[in-house]
Design a protein around this ligand. Structure first.
Ligand SMILES: Cc1cc2nc3c(=O)[nH]c(=O)nc-3n(C[C@H](O)[C@H](O)[C@H](O)COP(=O)(O)OP(=O)(O)OC[C@H]3O[C@@H](n4cnc5c(N)ncnc54)[C@H](O)[C@@H]3O)c2cc1C
Length: 360
């Protein structure tokens, strides 16, 4: 006999994925409790760049793009809802992006044509007085300001009456008749009808069967004057992101080294060197902040979305690696459809956790 859909769900982890999932489930009439070991939205989802596309999306597996494409459609309304309801503008920006990558441009044009997205040859200076450069303009790529998105999501969820327990670490599952129906915390058990694991890079600490591992990314923030850079810039795996107030983010490193969020002088030098090459010597003295975040990395770079194959009642929305912000809204929508037994817009098969077993 099929089980009835859950009415009360506990979500473990209040990063972007946990909060977006909470919002989606609340919209569908479920009671939602978010349990967070620290403060909501202060880990990877705070630290990231917020580019609303995979970097050079034609280089990524198709299932990453499917979630990204759907999220692009969802972000506009989400940005308006969050800014309107909370007064915190997540600064969704349609800046466009310019790829300076020398890789074959025909691939970029062919892919964009297939996806019906604009791509055109670009030539010009990136900033006033800068040298002429050439690349590919991708006007549909924008970005969101992570700390503001997280702050707005947290505030909106509280307004909606979603329960948020901060500084409360989950230590394991509460099981009944072979199903996960709650969580264990230092403060005792909390029960619901189902649990969503959205603990980002820490997910395998709670569920060892999931191969999700932390991948550190370091970022620099440059205090530039407004107007210095108009578009996102991609080159050689690095990027620059212009914020509305003129600040420019420089990203990022990809380091496999455990749960260490220390920053290094070497990364600072490399990132700043890249920024100086693209933006000129004047930006060398503009470093305002340098930080690191832990991406939830998976072996195939795809997230885990859906019910755990061996733990009924435990649902997953984790492992979004480098693209959690752009895949977030569509991942939340997909998981909510799966939890409620509804037809899904996107084929859920590529994101199933069974693939972790096959590769173990
Ligand atoms: C430098 C950098 C740049 C990036 N740039 C981009 C980009 O431009 N575009 C993009 O789309 N993505 C980008 N990403 C990736 C994106 O930020 C992540 O994929 C996304 O934030 C993951 O969200 P999450 O909610 O799964 O994880 P997190 O934001 O890390 O949230 C997980 C939460 O779970 C909590 N938690 C963990 N264990 C427990 C426990 N036992 N009990 C309770 N709570 C727990 C943590 O405290 C945390 O708050 C970037 C990431 C980094 C680090």
């Amino acid at each position: 006999m099929a089980l009835s859909p859950p009415q009360h769900v506990i979500i473990v982890g209040a990063g972007a994925l946990g909060m977006l999932t909470a919002l989606e489930l609340h919209r569908r009439g479920l009671r939602v409790s978010l349990v967070e070991k620290g403060r909501a939205g202060r880990e990877s989802s705070w630290a990231g760049g917020g580019i609303l596309s995979p970097i050079l999306p034609w280089n990524y597996p198709e299932p990453i793009w499917r979630l990204s494409r759907r999220s692009l459609d969802l972000y506009q309304a989400l940005g308006i809802e969050l800014a309107g309801r909370t007064g915190v503008d997540p600064e969704l920006s349609a800046s466009g992006a310019i790829s300076l990558d020398p890789q074959p441009r025909a691939q970029a044009f062919a892919w964009c044509e297939r996806e019906r997205l604009e791509a055109r040859p670009w030539r010009g200076p990136l900033y006033i007085g800068g040298p002429e450069q050439s690349g590919v303009a991708l006007p549909w790529i924008g970005h969101v300001r992570n700390p503001r998105l997280c702050r707005a999501l947290r505030s909106h969820l509280l307004q909606l009456g979603v329960e948020l327990l901060e500084h409360c670490a989950v230590t394991g599952w509460y099981m009944k008749a072979g199903r996960v129906v709650g969580v264990r915390t230092a403060d005792g058990e909390r029960r619901a009808d189902a649990v969503v694991l959205a603990a980002g890079a820490w997910s395998a600490q709670l569920e060892a069967s999931l191969p999700v591992a932390p991948v550190r990314g370091q970022m620099l923030l440059l205090a530039c004057e407004p107007g210095r850079l108009a578009s996102i810039v991609f080159r050689d795996g690095r990027y620059l992101i212009p914020r509305r107030d003129g600040r420019i983010l420089v990203g990022s490193t990809v380091e496999h080294g455990g749960f260490d969020t220390a920053v290094s002088a070497q990364a600072r030098e490399e990132l700043l060197g890249f920024a100086v090459e693209v933006l000129g010597r004047e930006v060398a003295g503009k470093v305002e902040h340098h930080w690191a975040g832990l991406r939830p990395g998976t072996r195939d770079e795809l997230p885990y979305i859906g019910e755990h194959p061996d733990l009924p009642g435990l649902f997953l929305n984790t492992g979004h690696y480098r693209n959690g912000l752009i895949m977030g809204p569509a991942s939340a929508e997909l998981l909510a459809d799966l939890m409620l037994g509804r037809p899904t817009r996107i084929d859920a098969a590529p994101y199933r956790a069974e693939r972790a077993r096959r590769r173990a």
